[in-house]
Ligand binder design. Structure first.
Ligand code: FES
Length: 68
């Protein structure tokens, strides 16, 4: 079931991973680029290690070097 215009959009924070948002969504980046996401669930990167930032590419699963 997707959110209708009257339902609040649900954002799910995961432990050590992305924030999950029910799609479709349009993301506007800090530099003004608009990204259209048609998936039923969109994963936003919170760790900033994604090569596809602001979308999660599962890079959060890789181990960080010690001291970071
Ligand atoms: S949260 Fe998944 S790559 Fe950053």
């Amino acid at each position: 079931m997707t959110a209708s215009a009257r339902d609040p959009r649900r954002v799910i924070y995961t432990a050590d991973g992305p924030a999950l948002i029910e799609g479709p969504v349009e993301l506007v980046t800090a530099d003004g680029e608009t990204i259209h996401c048609d998936r039923f669930m969109v994963a936003l990167c919170l760790c900033k290690r994604s090569r596809n930032y602001p979308l999660c590419d599962a890079s959060h699963r890789t181990r960080r070097p010690q001291g970071q």
